[in-house]
Design a protein around this ligand. Structure first.
Ligand code: LLP
Length: 424
């Protein structure tokens, strides 16, 4: 459920008409709803109510905006980070270091130093060479890193191939049948304290079966690790729970369904559970507001050309993702159209043959469910400044990232001496 609703014929974010934000911020612009974020945190926590002190570490990659992170930090969430940059953003937003988990296959020595000095809660290691590097870095600093190994359980999550992460051939984690060797190796290294296990099999999961299978394997591994003498105190079950994008499809399992499954599978694990939800917290808490530039004839259906492009919202182009597209002030008429952006690629297509509100040049349109993996994946292709973002809280709203001016893009490039006449 979200707080983007029609009132008096116009879509509002909570109590603010989206047209008011578009008028001031211009388009395209991402708009987030605080009440929706808060609701999703509450629902996720309620789903875990039977667990003893779980750590919910928001996957920063889903939406790293400082205002969004500060909203979540105030609600007491931790952070799952995958880079030094995400770590710095989480800390700057007020997430305590001990609630930070550092994931990712390619942590560098510099990132390890930063995380160790800040005193983060846990490193999720993805390989034995990474354990060797962290041991080396921690020993030189005279610090100790709390570590888990991310295990690749060889389970197909049944989601889009590009966001599946738990199949044997995917780049993530330590193979399940090599886990005992990896733990024996890490336990003997100085500067590391083995504290847990971790798993994450993919994103936008719409069936609990694969997660359940993966968690059952992790449960069996915990028993084997303990039998081998390792003190396993934490189990990080990753993120991945899907959200409803298309109202015509059956909804994905709810957080309550997910929580019940987790509680059933982990009942006798005797660990502190860690969760890394991203999309389920922020996905439906954001929309991308765009304006129709013009409507152009097509052979089949007309092309509705909007001022957002694939650089602003990459998901349809990258994963053939389906986002609901609604007029902000719908006339009640419906039409079928292709929705495209201004970018010079056919991939810059948001929807083909989509039956939706009929819109004309000048109308405002919202791409729904754009709060996760939207603004964070935006780029400047076709020399378009990064998309601005705004957040609503009841009747209040504020810009939380200004539109990047083209001058800033131009100024970021420098000329080599032979082209720089002034300095030559
Ligand atoms: N933990 C780890 C280790 C992850 O790799 C991810 C997401 C998450 C947690 C959060 O997953 P979530 O709860 O958001 O599903 N750009 C893609 C999604 C990539 C997800 C990458 N990892 C998209 O737009 O669908």
């Amino acid at each position: 459920m979200d707080h983007f609703t029609l009132r008096d014929g116009a879509m509002h974010a909570e109590d603010v008409p989206l047209s008011a934000i578009a008028a001031e911020a211009g388009t395209p612009v991402y708009v987030y709803s605080t009440a929706t974020i808060e609701r999703h945190v509450r629902v996720f926590r309620e789903a875990l109510a039977g667990l003893d002190d779980p750590l919910v570490a928001f996957a920063v990659k889903a939406n790293p905006n400082g205002a969004v992170l500060a909203t979540l930090a105030r609600l007491g969430l931790g952070a799952d980070v995958v880079s030094g940059g995400e770590l710095m953003r989480a800390l700057a937003a007020g997430v305590p270091a001990e609630k930070v988990v550092f994931s990712g296959v390619g942590k560098t020595a510099e990132e390890m130093i930063l995380a160790l000095r800040e005193g983060i809660g846990q490193f999720n290691l993805e390989s034995v060479p990474e354990a060797d590097m962290l041991s080396d870095v921690a020993t030189k600093l005279g610090l100790e890193a709390q570590v888990a190994f991310r295990i690749n359980p060889n389970v197909d999550a049944g989601t889009h191939s590009k966001i599946s992460t738990g199949r044997a051939d995917d780049k993530f984690g330590v193979a399940y049948d090599r886990a005992l060797d990896a733990y024996a190796h890490a336990a003997a290294l100085p500067g590391l304290k083995v504290v847990g296990v971790a798993v994450h099999i993919g994103s936008q999961l719409t069936d609990l079966g694969p997660s359940r299978a993966a968690f059952e394997r992790i449960g069996a591994l915990i028993a084997e690790l303990r039998a081998a003498g390792h003190a396993i105190a934490t189990a990080d079950l990753g993120g991945g729970l899907g959200v409803p994008y298309n109202p015509a499809l059956p909804p994905p399992p709810s957080p309550a369904d997910y929580g019940a499954m987790v509680q059933a599978v982990t009942a006798d694990w005797n660990v502190r559970l860690i969760f890394e939800p991203g999309r389920v917290i922020v996905g439906n808490a954001g929309v991308l507001v765009t304006r129709v530039i013009r409507v152009k004839d097509g052979v089949g259906y007309p092309f509705v050309v909007v001022d957002a492009g694939m650089n602003d919202l990459m998901r349809p182009s990258l994963y053939d993702a389906w986002h609901d597209i609604r007029a902000i002030e719908p006339s009640g008429e419906r039409a079928t159209a292709n929705i495209v952006g201004p970018i010079c690629e056919t991939g810059d297509t948001f929807a083909r043959a989509r039956e939706m509100d009929r819109v004309e040049a000048g109308d405002l349109v919202a791409f729904m469910t754009a709060g996760a993996y939207g603004a964070t994946m935006a780029n400047t292709y076709n020399s378009r400044g990064l998309t601005p973002e705004a957040i609503v809280n009841g009747e209040d709203w504020a810009i939380i990232r200004e539109r990047q001016p083209i001058e800033a893009l131009i100024a970021a490039d420098t000329l080599p001496p032979w082209l720089n006449k002034e300095k030559a």
